[in-house]
Design a protein around this ligand. Structure first.
Ligand SMILES: Cc1cc2nc3c(=O)[nH]c(=O)nc-3n(C[C@H](O)[C@H](O)[C@H](O)COP(=O)(O)OP(=O)(O)OC[C@H]3O[C@@H](n4cnc5c(N)ncnc54)[C@H](O)[C@@H]3O)c2cc1C
Length: 434
């Protein structure tokens, strides 16, 4: 099979790939120089839509509506955009071998791609219950959600099992978003997770109490402190029951599992330096291998603000790291330099009528402020995280754009907090003064 050569190759066709392609175009990439290679069948899109509007029973989001870069208010890059720019969008092509020494990628179909500069943007894959040998976890209608194909399969199951019972395994943001969306689809929903409250990696018990009550008021059953240890299936091999460690058995027509992800670095094992589970980069997303960059979920990069190497699985970082890498590539070709990446962690989620944003670091003491009564007509509340007397993180439910900007500024500036009591009393006013 003929070999294809490109000056630049982006491996992966997700969020980071799309934003990198746009930055290449801004920097003046010439026709024929750039290829985007993706195992997905569609051009890069805003992945967060998959667990939100894509699954709505009415007015659902559909491609081409959410191709990048609409998620950050930019131009929508349709497949024609890539053609117009002379960018090769090579879809439905999984790379199964990467040899960084010879700058060669080989696809499952046996095609060979050569590059001068490679950007690794392979993202993450879901952790599956079959990975842990959970009994019956390969039954039909046990779903995971990472790519558009997964979402399409889930939609088929929702149609086939109309008004049925759904069990959500996992209490992270994916579990919470999917619990909401299954309820909106008129399923009888139960959520199961082992932790004492939902989203424990970010939420305090106070924040979580609001969301758990809100969900329960919507009719979602929340079962905490236990895990799914097995599944039974009917004669068609379709899931019928979820067996819990505490002995309970839940009926289920659909199970959706959201128990975390893992960065897709396997192609590069032993060829590039890794740290904290990701590919180690500098503040320009350069890896330990010359001419190889890594961006998005796979990169472990220096988080300047906290003077620490971190890996971040958030869409905002996927976008910004991709742009940073491409800017750095062009700057170095022109003998220029750009500023090191200086990222402020930003994460958000939406479900039902709720919408929260978080900025900064969730370490240290916390205070809760505002109206966190789940039955209020318009609850608005938040939390600050305080470390060494400084406010280092801020969370806000139902903030206006200006209020969200204010909490972002707090997390960036890290102002001193006089006392936790005063901070709790001032709440949003504190942020708006900064
Ligand atoms: C359902 C869902 C909802 C989310 N919601 C939010 C949210 O609300 N807020 C938030 O901040 N973040 C959210 N995220 C996280 C966010 O989407 C990711 O952090 C972001 O997509 C990472 O971008 P990426 O380009 O690194 O990886 P991805 O967007 O995952 O892209 C990776 C791409 O690489 C391709 N690929 C991988 N391996 C190969 C290979 N060997 N050959 C060819 N192609 C390959 C994949 O098919 C995919 O196209 C969500 C994620 C999911 C799955």
């Amino acid at each position: 099979m003929a070999e294809k050569c490109f000056k630049y190759v982006i491996l992966g066709g997700g969020v980071a790939a799309g934003y990198a392609a746009r930055e290449f175009a801004k920097q003046g990439v010439k026709p024929g120089e750039l290829a985007v290679i993706s195992k997905e069948a569609v051009a890069p899109y805003e992945r967060p839509a998959l667990s939100k509007a894509y699954l709505f029973p009415e007015g659902a989001a559909r491609l081409p509506g959410f191709h990048v870069c609409v998620g950050s208010g930019g131009e929508r890059l349709l497949p024609e955009w890539y053609t117009d720019k002379g960018i090769a969008l090579i879809l439905s092509t999984e790379i199964v071998k990467a040899d960084l020494a010879s700058k060669t990628l080989i696809s499952a179909a046996g095609e060979t791609f050569k590059y001068h500069i490679l950007i690794i943007a392979t993202g993450s894959t879901v952790i599956r219950l079959t990975d842990f040998g959970v009994q019956g976890a390969d039954a039909k209608n046990i779903s995971y959600l990472r790519e558009i194909d997964d979402a399409d399969k889930l939609i088929e199951a929702i149609k086939a099992k109309k008004n049925g019972k759904a069990v959500i395994v996992g209490g992270g943001y994916i579990g919470l978003e999917l619990g909401a969306v299954m309820k909106i689809n008129n399923f009888d929903v139960s959520m199961v997770y082992p932790e004492p409250w939902c989203m424990p990696r970010l939420f305090t018990s106070g924040i979580a109490a609001f969301y758990e009550s809100y969900y329960e008021n919507k009719g979602i059953k929340i079962i905490k402190g236990t895990v799914a240890v097995g599944f039974t299936a009917d004669a068609n091999g379709e899931v019928k029951e979820v067996k819990l460690k505490d002995g309970r058995v839940l009926e289920a027509d659909i199970v959706v599992v959201g128990v975390g992800g893992r960065p897709l670095t396997v192609l590069f094992k032993g060829q590039v330096e890794e740290e904290k589970g990701g590919i180690k980069t500098d503040g320009f997303f350069k890896t330990s291998v010359p001419d190889v960059y890594a961006v998005g979920d796979v990169a472990t990069f220096p988080m300047k603000l906290y003077n620490e190497m971190r890996r971040v699985e958030h869409v905002d970082h996927a976008r910004k790291s991709a742009e940073q890498a491409v800017k750095a590539i062009y700057a170095s070709q022109q003998g220029n330099s750009i500023d090191e990446y200086d990222y402020l962690p930003y994460f958000y989620s939406r479900s039902f009528d709720l919408s929260w944003q978080f900025y900064g670091d969730n370490v240290g003491d916390t205070v809760l402020f505002g109206d966190n009564n789940p039955t209020s007509p318009k609850p608005k509340f938040g939390s600050y995280w305080i470390k060494d007397g400084k406010v280092v993180g801020a969370f806000l439910e139902n903030g206006t754009p200006e209020e969200n900007k204010a909490i972002a500024k707090v997390a960036r500036v890290q102002p001193l907090a006089e006392s936790l009591d005063i901070l709790a009393k001032e709440g949003l006013t504190f942020a708006c003064k900064i």
